[in-house]
Write a protein that binds this ligand. Structure first.
Ligand code: GSH
Length: 208
């Protein structure tokens, strides 16, 4: 049985839970008391992930950290339709590009949320301004896609690129980051929330 070391309010864990749901993969959630317990910094958890971060996924003898790596593994291993991580080299490369973006530039929105919602001590002005820069890049890309009649970041079906980028966009209000200037981001999020088996997390209402 797959085990996900998880904290419900973590956007990074939410990425993995979303894909587990879309692919209908049986799994067990192992609760990590990230806040306020800081369990990810414990000696026991450091043995699970020396980077002291969640999520971590166990599948048999395989242990993976980093949400993007976990998404790629789950898609390759369990998506029999091979749509969530396409085989086509160009689309594969584009998905990897957006996974990189989700794990770096877009994490500024996570930082802002950690500051506002969890009291992390960091440069909130810098985090918000970096998040806005990342949102503008994503919004511009989605504008181009929508001109082509496309909804998703890559190709014509949702991929793990969308899954990786969705949580910290959807949760950005928690970090004081408004989305008034990103109309294409809002359209994309509505489409994402309408996907079958979409699972809402606290602060991300299901689309009605
Ligand atoms: N590169 C990792 C980063 C994950 C991450 O930042 N997780 C947060 C919780 S949402 C965390 O564990 N932060 C603790 C820390 O970095 O000290 C990923 O994308 O999965």
């Amino acid at each position: 049985m797959i085990r996900l070391h998880n904290y419900t309010l973590s956007g990074s864990c939410y990425k993995v839970r979303l894909l587990l749901g879309f692919l209908e993969i049986q799994h067990e959630l192992v609760a990590v008391d990230f806040f306020p317990g800081q369990e990810h910094k414990s000696v026991e958890f450091s043995a699970i992930n020396p980077l002291q971060q969640i999520p971590v996924l166990d599948d048999g003898n395989l242990r993976l950290r980093d949400a993007q790596a976990i998404l790629a593994y789950l898609a390759r291993r369990y998506d029999t339709g091979r749509t969530w991580l396409p085989d086509d080299p160009a689309r594969f490369g584009q998905v990897m590009m957006w996974l990189g973006f989700a794990g770096t530039e877009l994490m500024a929105a996570s930082a802002a949320r950690l500051h506002d919602a969890f009291g992390f001590d960091l440069d909130i002005d810098r985090a918000r301004s970096d998040a806005h820069a990342a949102f503008a890049v994503l919004d511009d890309h989605l504008a181009e896609r929508q001109i082509l009649g496309q909804t998703w970041l890559v190709g014509d079906t949702p991929t793990i690129a969308d899954v990786a980028c969705f949580p910290y966009v959807a949760l950005s209000g928690d970090g004081g980051i408004g989305q008034e200037h990103y109309p294409n981001l809002r359209i994309w999020q509505k489409a994402f929330r309408r996907l079958p088996r979409f699972d809402a997390v606290s602060g991300v209402p299901e689309f009605v």
